[in-house]
Structures are given as structure tokens and as C-alpha cells.
Ligand binder design. Structure first.
Ligand SMILES: C[S@@+](CC[C@H](N)C(=O)[O-])C[C@H]1O[C@@H](n2cnc3c(N)ncnc32)[C@H](O)[C@@H]1O
Length: 223
């Protein structure tokens, strides 16, 4: 059995026992595929992990960078209280349209808002609104800008907030200090920032599963 078949089987088992999709999540994936969006969202196991992280954190506010069809958004928004707030930033109007429908179907339209545009343009506008500090930030957009997103996350959070950066392994190429691949360079810059910033303490975890070999970084804002 190949590694990836085994990883799929084990993920299928864990997901079926611990984080099965319900109707709204299944419909979100179905509509995402029907609209031709790429299948690059988190798995159900990862979505549940994000949800648990938000709950452990007692999060009332979440910022997501990279919405796609809103699959991770649904998992995260469900962790929030009724008066909680999730803002998700998405470059593609088409992706955002699918996500907004998926969030409405999941009954989350009052909690979760999708803002369309390049995140590096949406973030300064969001900062101008002086929002309450976000308790959790999930970074899952264009990887070349990962370090910029961590910097923005720092500006928009508080001591004790959590920042998660997805897909940091890049097929293992993240370990290549000589890489000129923008996604690798952006991710390495984000890791350097987390490593060196006096306000951050973090780690990165490699993962295998339905979406292959990957990993995520988690950082806590210290002050
Ligand atoms: C990996 S997908 C997000 C998956 C989603 N978080 C999930 O797990 O269901 C990345 C998304 O980021 C969006 N994106 C890419 N570049 C962006 C940018 N500069 N600003 C905002 N969103 C961007 C893409 O259009 C895509 O929908």
C-alpha cells in the first residue's frame, strides 16, 4: 500500500469517527466543485482542528485570509458565540460568491463576512476600522505573502491570540534555503518572522492525510 493510500485510509477512519461532514459542509464541498473551484481547502480533520483551537482559545473573533468556498470558514465560524465575528478575506469574487452562499446555507451569515479583494488591500482597510483584536487568525491564501500576512496578523491581534499559517511544508521544499520559488520564499520569511519576533512564539508541524504531505505553523502572540 502506498504511503498516500494509507494516509487516505487513516484520515477517512479518523474523520468518520471524529469530524464527519454534516449536510452544510457536504453541500459546501459539492457546490465548490460544481462551480469549478479547486479542491485545495482544509480536510474535515483539519477543519475540526481549527474549530477546536478556536474553542480552546475561547475565540469571539476570527480573521481568515483565503476563503475559497468557505469550508474552513464554516468550521471556524461554528466555534464562535452568536455575537462572535469572523471576517474572511478572498481575492476572487467568484470564490467569495460561492462562499457567501455556503455560509448562508450553514446559517452563519450573521457571524461570518467575506470581503473581496487582494488581502494586502483589504487588511489596511480593516485596520482603519479599528476592529477589536482578533483572537485567532488563519492564514491560507497566496503563500508568497505569508510573512506580510503574519505581520498584519500581529497588528490586528492581542497578547494571547493565535496565528495559524497553513501549507508551510511546500512538498518539503521549505527546507531549501536556496529556493527562489515565491511560495517557498514567502513561507520561509513567515517562519523567520515567527522565529525572530519578540512578540511571537511558534512551532510548525508536518502532517499527512487526505491532502497528502503538508503542515502548518502555529504561533502565539506574547505581548
Ligand atoms: C487554499 S485556498 C483557501 C482554502 C480555505 N481556507 C479552506 O480551507 O476552505 C486559498 C484562497 O486564497 C485566495 N487568494 C489567493 N491570493 C489571495 C490574495 N492575494 N488575497 C486574498 N485571497 C487570496 C484564493 O483565491 C483561494 O480562494
Amino acid at each position: 500500500m502506498s504511503g498516500s493510500q494509507l494516509w487516505d485510509d487513516v484520515d477517512d477512519y479518523f474523520i468518520s469517527r471524529l469530524s464527519p461532514d454534516d449536510d452544510a459542509l457536504r453541500a459546501a464541498l459539492r457546490d465548490s466543485e460544481a462551480a469549478g473551484l479547486p479542491p485545495i481547502g482544509v480536510t474535515a480533520a483539519q477543519g475540526k482542528f481549527l474549530q477546536l483551537l478556536a474553542q480552546v482559545q475561547g475565540a469571539r473573533t476570527v480573521l481568515e485570509i483565503g476563503t475559497l468556498a468557505g469550508y474552513s470558514t464554516i468550521w471556524l465560524a461554528r466555534a464562535l458565540p452568536e455575537d462572535g465575528r469572523l471576517i474572511s478575506l478572498e481575492y476572487s469574487a467568484k470564490h467569495a460568491e460561492v462562499a457567501v452562499r455556503n455560509l448562508a446555507r450553514a446559517g452563519l451569515e450573521r457571524v461570518a463576512e467575506v470581503r473581496v479583494g487582494p488581502a494586502l488591500e483589504s487588511l489596511p482597510k480593516l485596520a482603519d476600522e479599528n476592529p477589536a483584536p482578533f483572537d485567532l487568525v488563519f492564514i491560507d491564501a497566496d503563500k508568497a505573502n505569508n510573512a506580510h500576512y503574519v505581520e498584519w496578523a500581529l497588528r490586528l491581534t492581542r497578547a494571547g491570540s493565535v496565528i495559524v499559517v497553513d501549507n508551510v511544508v511546500r512538498g518539503g521544499r521549505v527546507a531549501d534555503a536556496g529556493s527562489t520559488e515565491p511560495d517557498v520564499v514567502g513561507t520561509r520569511n513567515a517562519i523567520d518572522l515567527i522565529a525572530n519576533h519578540p512578540r511571537l512564539s511558534g512551532t510548525a508541524i508536518q502532517t499527512v492525510g487526505q491532502k497528502g504531505y503538508d503542515g502548518f505553523a502555529v504561533a502565539r502572540v506574547l505581548a
